[in-house]
Design a protein around this ligand. Structure first.
Ligand code: GTP
Ligand code: MG
Length: 197
């Protein structure tokens, strides 16, 4: 995978007011374990830039990665995941507050990359998130993760099903795999494009 996305870790925070000002932000949103942090690593072509784990709940804070050059104010933001069923209610509430506050109040947040697990399909929580993003009028881009986990013979049907459940068209979702690199180049180009406009 040539041309890694030139990003570097800037800062973690639990609240918006702990972060410096940015120029433009793009946040990665999705269910816990959907592959948000792995996607950051794949985009940057780095193994351990963002912490990942088999167990849901790896990312607990708002993690900011800044695009080159240093001080550009162009941020790719990794968030904790929603719907971690085993988390205690207090944790879930804390998550909700942290993420919702960030997504609603950041003036420089331009859009969201909304991840859906292609091996699982859209869950009811994913659909709720879509509704909520519509409600707060925040633009989003659907990206289906872990394409490698769906058997090639099942991919066609799985893609049709996912698109139908989300009520979108095939062209509205990008299929990626952090493991094999499928779609990563395309997503990198889209991200560069997003920050250059
Ligand atoms: N097969 C496969 N596994 C993946 C892929 N992307 C992520 N995973 C695995 O899915 C698990 C969760 O990945 P993370 O990147 O930590 O997920 P996350 O969305 O950041 O999770 P939280 O931080 O808990 O919200 C890890 O075991 C990853 O190795 C992929 O493209 N293919
Ligand atoms: Mg994570």
């Amino acid at each position: 995978m040539p041309n890694p996305l030139p990003i570097r870790f800037l800062q973690s925070a639990s609240r918006l007011d702990q972060l410096p000002n940015s120029v433009l932000e793009l946040a990665i949103v999705g269910r816990s374990n959907v592959g948000k942090s792995s996607l950051i690593n794949a985009l940057a072509h780095r193994k351990k830039l963002a912490k990942t784990s088999k167990t849901p709940g790896a990312t607990q804070l708002i993690n900011v990665y800044e695009l080159d050059p240093e001080g550009s104010g162009s941020w790719l933001v990794d968030l904790p995941g929603y719907g971690f069923a085993k988390a205690p209610k207090s944790e879930m509430d804390r998550w909700k507050q942290m993420i919702e506050e960030y997504l609603m109040k950041s003036d420089t947040l331009g859009a969201v990359i909304l991840l859906i697990d292609s091996a699982v399909g859209p869950t009811s929580l994913d659909l709720q998130t879509v509704e909520w993003l519509d409600h707060i009028d925040l633009p989003y881009r659907f990206v289906a993760t872990k394409e490698d986990k769906v058997r090639p013979s099942k991919r066609g049907a799985r893609k049709d099903d996912l698109v139908k459940k989300l009520g979108i068209e095939k062209k509205d979702v990008l299929w990626v795999s952090a493991n094999t690199g499928t779609g990563i180049g395309e997503l990198r180009s889209e991200i560069i494009e997003f920050f250059s406009t």
